[in-house]
Design a protein. Structure first.
Ligand code: PRP
Length: 194
């Protein structure tokens, strides 16, 4: 099974490709937000990896804050009904906000977050997403800074999980979720450092 999974899994974005793309996005943000001291807002947990690397690569003053949310029903896929479990610590009123997401799929989560955060009257709000699964979109959302246009595949790594595992993969893998369900440890070889 492990062998089959190894053959079945495919590196979609390498560690180098991610680093390079994050660098480009950080440069764009640094240019666009120079002197604007933005607050980078992320949603736990998956976006934390991207947010940390993105922020490290910026060259301007900025702040960060987190929200924790949960979708009702506990389904694998977002149902668009979102409950805030942990709110922001910072007051975003009058400040420039960049909502940082690891992946935008249906757009339901992002659309809810944008309307919630907009009601707090930030000076501006834009979206930076590492992966844009645009073919899955149900609600249109404007993504100002986009890392990759992601194919409609199940992806893990760099913050993205399968049953809370594999967030610590340094690359992003495309996998068969069914096979991973049968053998949840099948991707362990990918965790080993070269
Ligand atoms: C992911 C991602 C977004 C949401 C996108 O989070 O971080 O918040 O799904 O899906 P949507 O566009 O269909 O609404 P997830 O629910 O996997 O939680 P996690 O970050 O804790 O893994």
């Amino acid at each position: 099974m492990l062998r089959r999974m190894e053959e079945g899994a495919r590196v979609l974005y390498t560690e180098d490709a991610i680093r390079q793309r994050v660098g480009v996005l950080a440069a764009e943000i640094s240019r666009d937000y120079a002197g604007r001291d933005p607050i980078l807002v992320s949603v736990l947990k998956g976006a934390a990896w991207f947010l940390a690397d993105l922020m490290k690569a910026t060259t301007i003053t900025c702040r960060m804050d987190f929200m924790a949310i949960s979708s009702y029903g506990g389904a694998e896929e977002s149902m668009g009904v979102v409950r805030i479990l942990q709110d922001l610590e910072l007051d975003i009123g009058g400040h420039h906000v960049i909502l940082v997401e690891d992946i935008v799929d249906t757009g339901l989560t992002l659309s809810y977050l944008l309307s919630t955060l907009s009601s707090r009257e930030p000076a501006s709000i834009s979206v930076c997403a590492l992966l844009d699964k645009s073919v899955r979109r149900i609600v249109p959302v404007e993504i100002r800074y986009r890392g990759f246009d992601c194919p409609d595949r199940f992806v893990v790594g760099y913050g993205l999980d399968h049953g809370e595992r594999y967030r610590n993969l340094r690359c992003i893998l495309e996998v068969d979720p069914g096979e991973l369900e049968e053998d949840p440890l099948a991707l362990v070889p990918y965790l080993e450092r070269p």
